[in-house]
Design a protein around this ligand. Sequence first.
Ligand code: MN
Length: 284
Amino acid sequence: MKICRFNQSRLGVIDQGSVLDVTAALSVLPAESYPYPVIDALIAHLDSVRDEIEQIRHEARKLRLKDVKLLAPVANPGKLVGAPVNYLKHLEEARAQPELHHNNQIEQIQRAGLFLKATSSLIGPGEPVRIRFPDRRSDHEIELAVIIGKTADRVAAKHALDHVAGYTIGLDMTVRGPEERSLRKSVDTYSVLGPWLVTADEFGSPANVDLELKVNGQMRQQANTRDLVLTIPELIEFASRFYTLHPGDVIFGGTPEGVGPVVAGDSIQAKISNIGTMTVNVLA
Ligand code: MN
């Protein structure tokens, strides 16, 4: 199932290129009170929401995709986890270009570990990436993004995919420069998720998935997840060794080679097999 959020926090299911408004299915979510749990309620209760969607979809209002404003499919992730240089060719590219590493030592991910992006940086494809520092370089990074569905604490790689709710396209936008990654990648609007969540059962294996990213129609990044240094299950194992992953937490799986700058006025088109395509505009 492909599940989206759109307009004013409406819930949708993608049906042959249209959006069915199934917001009523959210009624199965439990009422919470302060202090609200730091999880995403939709993702934590996705199975019961899906059951309810199946009950009501035949009477749902149908909208055209182009008429809705798509939001990030996860509204309240507790963490946005990033995987630095998780493709070998991107490691070589980063080491070869001083403007990418700014004399920061570029380590293999096994040594460098993971980083976190501020959740306040999150948008969906219906909103633009806004360049905050026009005098500095901002780069696109397309990544397969994994949405955690079940609590994962020190989970072995071989069991890791049991903890995945689904997948979506991630853009890990990045200001180049000497500061820590977590700062440069946490600028408002610099984490894009969309166009929808594809549930793990429909998506299948994350081990052989094509990714491509174009800017203004020109190919910039083209790769396959079989070239990941740490696979998706290994990333979940690695992350959950350090901190518990909760429903709604998102792991950006790392970007392949071909990163490059975007400026105001550009249009980014990101495509991942088994998910679809999203277009994101870049504004000043
Ligand atoms: Mn990245």
